[in-house]
Ligand binder design. Sequence first.
Ligand code: NZQ
Ligand code: ZN
Length: 382
Amino acid sequence: MSIKNFVAYNPTRLHFGSGVVKNLGETVKNYGKNILLIYGQGSVKKYGYYDQVISQLKENGLLVTEYSGIKPNPVVEDVREAVALGKENKIDVIVALGGGSVIDSAKIISLSIANNTDPWEYMTWQQMPQKNIPLVTVLTLAATGTEMNGAAVIQNKETGQKLGFVHPLNFPKDSFLDPEFTVTVPGDYTAYGIVDLIAHALEAFYGEGDPSVIDSITLDIIKDAMHWGPVLLNDLSNVDLRANIMLDATLALNGLTSYGKSGGDWGVHGIGHELSLLFDTPHGATLSIAYPAWLKLQKARIPKRIEKMGQVLFGTDSIDDIIIKIEDFFTSIGSPVRLKDIGIDSVGKEKFLEQMNKNKVSGMFHLLDEKDRVRLVELMDI
Ligand code: NZQ
Ligand code: ZN
């Protein structure tokens, strides 16, 4: 066992549970009067979440400018447009209503307005922000953990990159997590969210360091999601089940699973981001394809670690069985496990490999070279 040096920091105030949005207006009011409200492509209007949020803001006398249309796998062009709108309206606070794509965009919009910098400067780590515009989020999809972390991920089709920027100024001030706002997430995205939160726990688990208490917590989060996830998928409007998965997702990536570690690995996320970039594949769906292949690649290199995971999750230390069980779980909840499941043919595979090599996709701890990437693509298609 080794506990690595680490820094723990999490300034986000979490408001969790049914009805918490009734305190949204009062909270936002503390940060200023001129609000930029950001949301996606319409689900929040269709299901009434927008009405609840807007009435909270209006009842508290706040002035609201809106930017809508943020796409899943968000793009820098939308971020730039929202920055221009926010500057024009001299906004004091940003309220993000949506899933990871909306909240990630809002984080970078906040930095770009406050520091008068082009968003891509942050995503490529060319600039470090000095300040931000306060960000308050209302989460509508349990998956990414962005509601309580300092990360944001944005795509740029022009440069061919999907990149993450992690910074203390990215943390939301307050995040409102009402599980009732997630009951309308369809089955496929609910499953992708479950895959995503499991993948976050795994990225942490396969990072550097193995503090025993954190290993237990991390694997317990996965176990919980594997137990309740399928129950939820048969009962999508069950608020208690939604709340449980929502809590799992926040805990998987709010810093806790990295205590005692130098950091997570994130190689599988790197692979997944290239798939999203090229084929617009939903984030969680990329991870259910990439994780089994990555485990197969790593099985001779880190057998003990994979066995530890298998013992806790499945009561077995046969590595081949462990990988099959993970794959079967992803399949059982309707998330793809092979490139062909998302329609990628041999031309697509070539493009994917080329793209991974161009961006030198690798992990932080378990490094990947060109030979590994060739093998990974093969393993994603066997
Ligand atoms: O655009 P609308 O109409 O809102 O529809 C969305 C979108 O089509 C819909 N949706 C969201 N809430 C809903 C709903 N539909 C019905 N009812 C609701 N309550 O769901 C679709 C997907 O939304 P999106 O925000 O894209 O999903 P998710 O939360 O999974 O976010 C994915 C993005 O987050 C990044 C991913 O790479 C991806 O770009 N990630 C961010 C991380 C972070 N900041 O820490 C870490 C993750 O590893 C991940 O990389
Ligand atoms: Zn993820």
